[in-house]
Design a protein around this ligand. Structure first.
Ligand code: FES
Length: 359
């Protein structure tokens, strides 16, 4: 069953920093199961701004079992949605929210040693993962490297300090600040691969010894740290990441290939199977992707980031050929199994059939 939006009421807005808030939703009893989540997952929020339907994904910062479903939203200069949430949204308002999604989650089991690396608002899924792992696995340890500009911009500072007090022996927190001087030189500056390597060499983190490394932040930080970790001997399977663009806007996709352009010129059509219903539409020259063409035909397909990052639009190619403009979220096995992202898919054959109901 494809995901659908639900109207949820905002019950709390807590200012975290001058530029970020945590908002809490009331989840009615009949939607509790629908909004059950795993630590590290995100919600897609949607609203209409200046007549345009805008949606953005925000990671859940609460842990499963906590009273409130909360997400953290940092205001970015050119981010219309984050400005709306920070400046206009009020307690008592309702907003459209899609049920939790995402594969950036930790296993909860007997024992894990995790290294979490977060930059800015990348802390939100990490907070959920840290609280859950520490709270449910009595022998597990979590080390968090958290990068910010200054103390003032650290989101969830109090909650992180509480975690440190509560799990003194099992939770290590390393703050890196890029525009505020700290006593230890190594802690001054942005997170990058070299800094993580130096932290490892000084024995402050142990990437090789941990069960998993979770990275959340801008793409360049993730790429740089992942490359270093792999060169340092960390198995790629143990590195998980969730990337975001600082503006919240989708990154620019690659231009269509010759085959994709020819398919459109030849009148390529797309059939989608969604919630058991089949619908057909044609790709036009103005459509950059299948999602655009569906939109133009008045067909609502599930999506969130529209940038190949979140997987909300994942579907399976059951007939025809296609190409992906960008892919930041599908795993190699999913590509192998025929999955694609509608927000990045372009047909390269005259007919393409996509199944959104495929598991
Ligand atoms: S909508 Fe996010 S990957 Fe397609």
């Amino acid at each position: 069953m494809a995901l659908r939006f639900h109207e949820l009421r905002v019950v709390d807005i807590e200012r975290q920093t001058p530029e970020a808030v945590a908002i809490a939703f009331d989840v009615p009893d009949d939607l509790r199961e629908t909004f059950a989540f795993r630590p590290g997952q995100y919600l897609t929020l949607a609203t209409t701004i200046d007549g345009e339907d805008i949606r953005r994904s925000y990671s859940i910062c609460s842990a499963p079992g906590e009273d409130r479903l909360r997400v953290g939203v940092k205001k970015v200069a050119d981010g219309r949605f984050s400005r709306f949430v920070n400046d206009l949204l009020s307690v008592g308002d309702t907003i459209r929210v899609m049920p939790p999604e995402g594969r950036f989650t930790s296993l909860i089991g007997p024992r894990h040693d995790y290294l979490l690396v977060a930059s800015g608002s990348g802390i939100t899924p990490m907070l959920s993962i840290a609280k859950t792992v520490l709270g449910h696995e009595p022998d597990s340890t979590v080390t968090l490297i958290y990068g910010n500009r200054s103390t003032e911009t650290i989101m969830f500072r109090e909650e992180l300090d509480d975690l440190k007090d509560r799990y003194m022996q099992r939770f290590s927190l390393i703050h890196l600040l890029s525009r505020e001087k700290q006593d230890v030189d190594l802690l001054n500056g942005r997170i990058d691969g070299e800094r993580v390597r130096l932290l490892a060499e000084r024995g402050l983190v142990d990437p090789k010894g941990c069960d998993g490394v979770f990275l959340c932040g801008p793409g360049e930080m993730i790429d740089d740290v992942s490359t270093m970790l792999k060169a340092y001997g960390v198995d790629g399977d143990r590195i998980r990441f969730e990337r975001f663009t600082p503006s919240g806007e989708a990154p620019k996709p690659r231009a269509p290939s010759v085959a994709a352009r020819q398919a459109v010129e030849a009148g390529a059509t797309v059939e989608v199977l969604l919630d058991g219903v089949r619908r057909n539409f044609a790709m036009g020259e103005e459509d950059a992707t299948v999602l655009d063409a569906a939109h133009r035909a008045g067909i609502e397909l599930p999506y969130s980031c529209a940038g190949g990052m979140c997987c909300t639009c994942r579907c399976r190619v059951v007939e025809g050929e296609s190409e992906l403009a960008v892919n930041f979220s599908l795993e190699p096995w999913e590509i192998e199994a025929g999955f694609t992202l509608a927000c990045q898919t372009r047909p390269t054959s005259d007919r393409l059939v996509l199944d959104f109901d495929a598991a």
